[in-house]
Design a protein around this ligand. Structure first.
Ligand SMILES: [Zn+2]
Ligand SMILES: [Zn+2]
Length: 130
């Protein structure tokens, strides 16, 4: 995958992709660093990897409104857009299945009609709901 987008498949880029493959929710740079530091990766290298892989289109960067960038694998399809759920109690984030939102004809900004927007839910997750 990494070579397909004309990047060198360095060990750290491969490790970052592998980690995100095994993760089902968008993951922040600090979380990725925590998961990988025991293998000897440093913070700056991992951050550069995330930026490179995002610029190359393999990852997507998410801002879920809590000022923390999270990264996830970009879908195979360019328009694989799905909403996210952010728990306002514990900060846990999860991916939700794709949903359709219908707007009255011509309503809202153009980017909305082109699908260039993100849908996000905020609420209380099952664990916090008790
Ligand atoms: Zn929660
Ligand atoms: Zn997601």
């Amino acid at each position: 995958m990494i070579r397909d987008v004309k990047l060198r498949a360095t060990a750290s880029r491969v490790a970052v992709l592998k980690l995100l493959y095994g993760t089902s929710a968008p993951t922040s740079h600090p979380e990725i660093y925590e998961a990988m530091r025991s293998d000897g990766w440093d913070r700056a290298t991992l951050f550069r990897n995330l930026v490179d892989l995002t610029n190359a289109g393999l990852l997507r960067k998410r801002d879920l409104g809590d000022r923390l960038w999270r990264y996830e694998l970009a879908g195979i399809e360019a328009n694989d857009e799905h909403p996210h759920f952010l728990c306002t109690v514990c900060g846990d984030v999860s991916c939700l299945p794709e949903i359709a939102v219908s707007m009255p004809n011509g309503a809202g900004p153009r980017s909305l009609r082109k699908g260039q927007v993100e849908i996000q839910f905020r609420g209380t997750c099952d664990d916090c709901l008790g």
